[in-house]
Ligand binder design. Structure first.
Ligand code: NDP
Length: 319
């Protein structure tokens, strides 16, 4: 915890990943009294050392990039509190944010709480996450070059992931717990024709094995009960994502994926609440997009507050 926080904030940002920290930079530069509340500083980007597609950044380390975001946010006056948000309540004109470390008040809220890739919760998963286990084919496919890899899942993400990986990897096992796939047939048919793809159906991974690097996975056939090991150097978990937004769901509209619905200005269905990054219904869950949405949400929050105070607000840049 950063110390005691008090007074009414102009904006409280929930989530300290790329979207939340970018929102903090933009809010800070507009001299808004800004508090970021997050379980960690960096979000999903902390899990990878292989960022190759964030423009202007060649280091690749997610944690290092997030440290830069944090430094920048703090340099513009944003306060950061490590905490868990339990509920956001509307209190007349303002909002009350209830956390495990106290209650805070703000005139506007930016939800940037991200999405969390679903986990298998089996032995070895925690150890190799980000070190052999990836939760994002789009981000990490090039690292599968000439390797034997496995993709877990039976939805579009898994099947499309296999198609992408087939251009890099030597061999790909697609491991799915059922016989039938959720994925679109057309993609499924395409991957069935690929020579370097082997389907392993009715099977689940029960353990990730290796010394320093991932070396093998133990899988179980759910029909026969048979357990065997497969040698793989990388595994891609493509088993869906979860949004954890119970703290604000009573105030904003969400879609069938439990994502917060926003317009192009990052506005939600609740006046004064904005959202940015993976937690929104944006189609592409990418770092650079989350950062961009964070900037938009902060500028919209600034506009909202300015207009409420009887000021003109921001002029659109190109008008
Ligand atoms: P989905 O929820 O569609 O699929 C998840 C898959 O992972 C399912 O096959 C599910 O199995 C499996 N799974 C879930 N939990 C576990 C577990 N604990 N152990 C083993 N397997 C598990 O997620 P996606 O990310 O694939 O897609 C999300 C949404 O985005 C979908 O609507 C999808 O259609 C869409 N999408 C669309 C694309 C496109 O149109 N081009 C591209 C990518 C995604 P089971 O089937 O048994 O439940």
């Amino acid at each position: 915890m950063d110390g005691k926080k008090d007074g009414t904030y102009d904006v409280i940002i929930i989530g300290g990943g790329p979207a939340g920290l970018t929102a903090a930079i933009y809010a800070g530069r507009r001299l808004l009294k800004t508090l970021v509340i997050s379980l960690n500083i960096g979000g999903q980007a902390l899990l990878t050392e292989q960022i190759e597609n964030y423009p202007g950044y060649l280091d690749k380390s997610g944690p290092k990039l997030m440290k830069i975001f944090e430094t920048q946010a703090r340099s513009f006056g944003a306060e950061i509190l490590i905490g868990y948000v339990q509920k956001v309540e509307k209190t007349g004109e303002n909002f009350k944010v209830i956390t495990n470390v106290g209650e805070f008040e703000a005139k506007a809220i930016i939800v940037a709480a991200g999405k969390i890739p679903r986990r298998l919760n089996v032995p070895g998963e925690e150890k190799f996450l980000g070190r052999g286990i990836s939760t994002c084919v789009t981000c990490d496919a090039p690292f599968a070059k000439n390797k034997i890899v496995a993709v877990i899942g039976g939805g579009n993400s898994a099947v499309e992931g296999v198609e992408v990986l087939s251009k890099f990897a030597k061999k790909i096992y697609l491991i799915h717990r059922k016989e039938e796939f959720r994925a679109d047939e057309i993609t499924l048919e395409r991957i069935k024709k690929l020579e370097n793809v082997e389907l392993v159906l009715n099977s689940v991974v029960i353990e990730f094995i290796g010394e320093k690097k991932l070396e093998k996975i133990k899988i179980q056939n759910l029909k026969s009960g048979e357990i065997k090991e497969l040698e793989v150097q990388m595994v891609f978990l493509e088993i869906g994502h979860e949004s954890k937004i119970d703290f604000v769901k009573h105030l904003v509209k969400t879609n069938e994926f439990n994502e917060i619905i926003t317009n192009k200005l990052g506005e939600t269905s609740c006046e004064g609440i904005f959202a940015a990054g993976d937690v929104t219904d944006c189609a592409y869950k990418q770092l650079v997009i989350a950062a961009g949405e964070g900037a938009i949400a902060a500028l919209s929050a600034y506009n909202y507050l300015a207009r409420k105070a009887g000021k003109e607000g921001l002029k659109v840049d190109w008008k």
